[in-house]
Design a protein around this ligand. Structure first.
Ligand SMILES: Cc1cc2nc3c(=O)[nH]c(=O)nc-3n(C[C@H](O)[C@H](O)[C@H](O)COP(=O)(O)OP(=O)(O)OC[C@H]3O[C@@H](n4cnc5c(N)ncnc54)[C@H](O)[C@@H]3O)c2cc1C
Length: 385
């Protein structure tokens, strides 16, 4: 049995690579275990872009974490010398009383975040590719924009390895257990059995299997990202003039999208937020069907008429959603030597480095100064102790 690790990290996707980075930077002896290769496309952290924003309609409680995440993303960009963030500005669009607009205004007001309110006429004048209805408005946030998920994970893995973390790929965890008497954890893979003082579990869409004893009813959802070459070319969709956006219709359906990225052939990405089909990582249908493309082209085309020119590609991804769409980040209620980070409900990527910082705090000291009360599994009727 191999021994001698302070912390084992299960899963090296967005959150696990962040945890490994922060733990190794603090001098912990870290073993990271990932079932696939580094920076893969079979979980939740692929697809070239993720929205980041601060006037958070999901709730003002997230704002302090976002402010810290922005700082840590800047640091990551510097330390890894990679392009990770592109702050091209962002619009939260809908009727004034929609969750997207009213929730964003609430967070902006409560935290005094810089923002502008635009009416439909002003939206059309400033962003001519967008065709809002007359009764729609938007909150514009200059510091919103996008993050590069693959570059983020690669940077965190590089920094973790450079700081001494041992990262093993193609090595799935087949079992883990907390040892009695607070003597740490034992983790089994096809290659061996490892022990450590602490285990951090970041399993993404594999949470229902890895964390069944949490008692949280996760729903894993199949989501689709679509890249279109706009009618008339990408020039008006370039990030120097086109923002990221979340757009809510009167029924509450949200789409979100990005400027055109990655040069000719890159296209502009758009997707439905939520509305996914329940699946498992084993049964997910990775084929995107013509009826799905037609539905997206119609919905997006009603709002950005030039966008759905020609479909370039469509790729699936998974959300792991909790009943209230808030995260689960906490010490495992039954095992003090285990910390869990899961259920990111389709909006976790913008928090990746601050989640890494929180997980390092919890694994090494048992507590964190960050406000994570909202993320306790107990709120969902899960296991309390
Ligand atoms: C289409 C789509 C769009 C999104 N858009 C946004 C957005 O715009 N903004 C935003 O903030 N968020 C967004 N998100 C959400 C965000 O990307 C996720 O919350 C985040 O990537 C989750 O990271 P994770 O580490 O939990 O999961 P993952 O990155 O999937 O990592 C989990 C890892 O655990 C590994 N693993 C699982 N079981 C085992 C095992 N037994 N042994 C070893 N390894 C194991 C997996 O292989 C995987 O690598 C989006 C997600 C999707 C799918």
């Amino acid at each position: 049995m191999a021994t001698g690790y302070d912390v084992i990290v299960l899963g090296l996707g967005g959150m696990g690579s962040a945890a490994a980075d922060h733990l190794a930077a603090r001098g912990a002896r870290v073993l990271g275990l990932e079932q696939f290769g580094p920076v893969h496309d079979r979980g939740s952290s692929h697809g070239g872009s993720r929205i980041t924003r601060q006037s958070y309609f999901e709730g003002p409680a997230y704002v302090p974490l976002l402010l810290r995440a922005y700082e840590l993303y800047e640091r990551l960009t510097r330390d890894a010398n990679r392009e990770i963030a592109l702050l091209c500005g962002g619009l939260m669009i809908g009727r004034p009383d929609s969750r997207t607009v009213a929730g964003s205004v609430r967070s902006a007001t409560e935290w005094d975040l810089p923002h502008e309110m635009l009416d439909a006429h002003e939206i059309r004048a400033r962003f001519p590719m967008l065709a809002p209805a007359d009764d729609e408005v938007a909150l514009f946030e200059r510091r919103a924009g996008l993050l590069r998920p693959e570059a983020t994970v690669a940077a965190q893995l590089e920094l973790a390895a450079a700081a001494g973390a041992e990262l093993r790929f193609e090595e799935p965890v087949t079992a883990w257990e907390a040892l009695p008497g607070g003597r740490g954890v034992r983790v089994t893979t096809p290659n061996g059995v490892y022990t450590a003082g602490h285990l951090v579990v970041c399993p993404g869409a594999w949470a229902p299997r890895q964390l069944a004893d949490l008692g949280v009813p996760f729903t894993v959802e199949r989501q689709i990202m679509y890249w279109f070459e706009p009618e008339g070319g990408t020039a008006p969709f370039e990030p120097d003039r086109h923002p990221v956006y979340v757009w809510e219709d009167p029924e509450g359906t949200q789409i979100y999208g990005f400027p055109a990225l990655d040069g000719p052939g890159g296209g502009a990405k758009v997707a439905f937020f939520r509305q996914g089909i329940p699946c498992t990582p084993e049964t997910i249908d990775r084929t995107v069907h013509p009826a799905e493309v037609a539905e997206m082209a119609a919905f997006a085309g009603a709002r950005l008429p030039a966008l759905p020119g020609r479909l370039l590609r469509a790729v699936t991804c998974m959300y792991t959603t909790t009943p209230d769409e808030h995260f689960v980040i906490a010490p495992h209620p039954a095992h003090p030597a285990v910390t869990v980070a899961c259920g990111f409900s389709g909006h976790g990527f913008k928090f990746v480095p601050v989640v890494g910082e929180i997980l390092a705090d919890l694994a090494l000291t048992g507590s964190t100064p960050h406000p994570i009360e909202l993320f306790s599994p107990g709120r969902l009727g899960g296991r309390q102790t």
